[in-house]
Design a protein around this ligand. Sequence first.
Ligand code: IMP
Ligand code: MG
Length: 181
Amino acid sequence: MAETTKLHDLEFMPFLSAIELSRVVDELSEKINIKYEGKTPLFVVVLNGAFMFASDLFKKVSVDCEISFLRVSSYRGTASTGEVKELMPIGTDVSGRDIILLEDIVDTGKTMGEVKQKMKEAGANSVNICTLLFKPDAFQGDYLVDFVGVEIPDRFVVGYGLDYDGLGRNLPSLYQIKPNT
Ligand code: IMP
Ligand code: MG
């Protein structure tokens, strides 16, 4: 893993290696395989950020499942705008289904709160959230995040699907913004 990486105007330093991330993904998939044994959940991948996490996780999911995608956006630069825009609707009937929302990171919790609410209104039987990363100090939601990969400090991260204004998604490991930037 490279020492530091510069994206636009900001410098980032190594935070979680590809090997550490793969261990986290293994643990999450084991929990899902146990909890959903005998069920056929519908995964809803929250794009863009969750694409790399989702693709690694699915290789380890052994229960019968369906996979669908939803695209939302709320971030500009390194801060949440507080407004969640739906850019690509799911296009699959969720009524009566056991939904697992796959998210890269839960920060303020606004995005997952709104998506969860929408799924419930559309008649989902259950809606669980599985996130690779969780920032407990930033979370303002009034709901439970069911599966959490790693709790991290409230500092901006990039890589493994997460971006800073469009850059960094292709990095195979996770980087954190440098303290003095
Ligand atoms: P929330 O609605 O505040 O929970 O924000 C969630 C969304 O903001 C995530 O799905 C990410 O796309 C984005 N986000 C939050 N924190 C970060 C970060 O540290 N790096 C990159 N994107 C982030
Ligand atoms: Mg996301």
